[in-house]
Design a binder for this molecule. Structure first.
Ligand code: X8Z
Ligand code: ZN
Length: 608
């Protein structure tokens, strides 16, 4: 009896002891979480305030570029410096580090925000503020030099839209070559700036312990450089058999088109419709589905509005009025005394409802697709601008998600049933499905070696292996040959810097694999939507008006970066990131292309 009593007392004692300490722990955790929350609230507020100023000045610096006028640049540098001073401040780094050391006691969303603070700090550490300042200045200048550039053909100013038009349609080789060379001229003047930026970007992130800027950018996915490179190579390898068929097919078909008897081993860059050979879609015209000719009857405004109509039809809200008032959607007038950033982008000005697009839209299929892509960014911004998501996490689940969801809508808007529904093509028109698939592959599959290979490996080499400046052009074309099977028209020495003609190399550095991953992701999401929501063949869907589809996409967007990207994908599609859906989509092409390529010489190696 006594024993029992004693035992009971002991257990009661133990219990009450535990209860007290749990309570104390809970109180301590609550106090810690409260102080973390106060820090985060202050940070989020200040972060938003500074971002608004930076984004506004950045907007002016990209929409109004006047040679010799340094007003915009000076304002932007000043705003960026203030932003850097705050995000990289020693006190913020110290505080976030201190709190992260106790991350087990914090809520997941607090931990995510603290990590985001550290990530942002690493780009601007106060400890090396002179380097940061210099980098900011160099970035502003590089951007203005790139987008202030006056492209010329035969001494006459031309826009990049003009150049793209020639490369898409012209069959006269001399004219094509001139346009291609004109498009590469801008690179020469950007080389010194790029070399300098490479050094400054590396130095900046080394301040907080990253090996180099490539590693820094990759770490945003929670991955190491090696893991990212392996994943990119895996996707490239998986798509290679199909790409090899496309490459063979394209060499012979282009040779026919341009009346060239001897088919070259590598595709001459000036034969291709895109300045970097990243999309060969216009090689094929599918009878009965000519989007470009349908769009000739529309104006540029229709293109952007149609994008909005599509998103609204699946349940997204209309764009805020300010979007239409403040965006810069169309090319600068021919006689404008200023230039503007000619590459499409979407802006989240205040981490809230002030969203804008910067485009140079004209009514053609390229801009039709791009408008849908950019509006994808805009609707992503609007979706995560909700009270559940703090400013710091108003970003994509990862950067590839941000690129994928708009591209998905762009792809969906080009499928036959969708275009029939919009009366862009005649209803029940007969068309060759294999040709449609081929055209799509020349866009989506051809993009993979460019994005996983040429672009990503070049950026890896310049940042992670410190590629010497006198090898930039040599390396660029080696990679283009190896991955894309492309060669320049003539020997391009180191006086050129052809990589720097690609905007991302200058102002979106070491992130191009985002797009590669986004294509893989978009096919995965599309596969799920087609089969499980629409119950339609992925090759022939019509998303228009389907609220279930909108709900599904909206749910992917809504949590922003408060979601774990791997988990989100698993939850929404049931699988991990994989090229399977993309491979399945294009699988029917293999036999067709093998048949077409019978007797033709393959010049790309087989990989396995
Ligand atoms: O740069 C873009 C977007 C930026 S928001 C227009 N894209 C890549 C490119 O143009 O190289 C979209 C797909 C590929
Ligand atoms: Zn984009």
């Amino acid at each position: 009896m006594k024993k029992v009593f004693l035992l009971l007392t002991a257990s009661a004692l133990i219990y009450s002891c535990g209860s007290d300490s749990t309570k104390t722990d809970e109180t301590a955790n609550k106090a810690l979480q409260d102080s973390v929350q106060t820090f985060l609230n202050d940070y989020n507020k200040k972060y938003q305030e500074l971002s608004v100023i930076t984004n506004e000045t950045d907007w002016s610096a990209n929409t109004h570029i006047v040679e010799g006028d340094t007003t915009n640049a000076a304002a932007l540098n000043k705003a960026q410096e203030e932003y850097a001073k705050f995000t990289g401040s020693a006190i913020n780094i110290e505080t976030a580090t201190k709190y992260l050391a106790q991350k087990d006691k914090l809520t997941p969303i607090q931990v995510k925000q603290l990590k985001s603070i550290m990530y942002k700090a690493a780009n601007n550490p106060e400890t090396i503020q002179d380097v940061v300042k210099e980098r900011i200045k160099a970035e502003t200048k590089q951007n203005a030099d790139m987008f202030g550039y006056d492209f010329k053909i035969d001494g006459k100013s031309v826009s990049t839209n003009d150049i793209d038009e020639v490369l898409s349609h012209e069959t006269n080789m001399a004219t094509r070559l001139k346009a291609w060379e004109a498009s590469k001229d801008v690179g020469k003047g950007l080389k010194t700036g790029l070399v300098n930026l490479r050094d400054l970007r590396n130095k900046t992130v080394q301040g907080l312990g990253y090996k180099d800027y490539f590693e820094y950018q990759v770490s945003d996915y929670g991955m190491t450089t090696q893991e990212m490179i392996e994943m990119l190579q895996k996707f490239n390898r998986e798509l290679h058999p199909l790409f090899r068929e496309l490459h063979t097919y394209a060499r012979y078909e282009y040779a026919k088109k341009y009346g060239v008897k001897e088919v070259p081993d590598l595709l001459p860059a000036q034969w291709l419709p895109n300045r970097w050979g990243q999309d060969w879609g216009s090689l094929v015209n599918v009878k009965g589905i000519n989007l470009d000719s349908a769009l000739k009857t529309k104006d540029a405004e229709w293109i952007v509005k149609q994008g909005e109509r599509f998103y609204v039809s699946i349940g997204f809200p209309e764009l805020p009025k300010s979007f239409w008032e403040k965006s810069d959607l169309y090319p600068a007038p021919k006689d404008a005394t200023y230039k503007k950033n000619n590459h499409a982008s979407a802006w989240h000005m205040n981490y809230d409802q002030d969203v804008r697009c910067l485009m140079s839209a004209v009514p053609n299929s390229e801009w039709y697709e791009t408008s849908h892509h950019e509006l994808g960014h805009i609707y992503y911004y609007l979706s995560y601008s909700n009270p559940e998501v703090p400013n710091l996490l108003r970003e994509g689940a990862n950067r590839a998600y941000h690129e994928a969801l708009g591209s998905l809508m762009g792809m969906a808007a080009m499928q036959k049933p969708f275009m029939e529904n919009l009366n862009l093509i005649p209803k029940n028109s007969k068309s060759d499905e294999m040709q449609t698939l081929l055209k799509e592959a020349l866009n989506y599959v051809v993009f993979i070696p460019f994005s996983t290979g040429t672009m990503s490996m070049f950026e890896h080499d310049i940042y992670a292996t410190n590629l010497p400046a006198d090898q930039f052009n040599k390396r660029w074309w080696e990679l283009a040959a190896k991955y894309q099977g492309i060669a320049p028209p003539t020997n391009r020495g180191e006086e050129f810097c052809d990589a720097a003609t690609k905007t991302h190399i200058n102002n979106d550095a070491a992130q191009y694999y985002d797009y590669a991953l986004s294509y893989v992701l978009l096919f995965q999401v599309h596969d799920h939507i087609s089969k499980n929501i629409l119950k339609q063949d992925p090759h022939a869907t019509n998303y228009f008006g389907n609220k279930e589809v909108g709900k599904f996409i909206g749910e992917m967007m809504k949590p922003g970066a408060s979601a774990d990207w791997r988990q989100l994908l698993k939850d929404k599609t049931g699988s991990e990131l994989s090229a399977k859906a993309m491979l399945d989509y294009f699988a029917p092409l293999m036999d067709y292309l093998k048949e077409q390529n019978k007797g033709r010489k393959y010049t790309l190696p087989e990989l396995n």
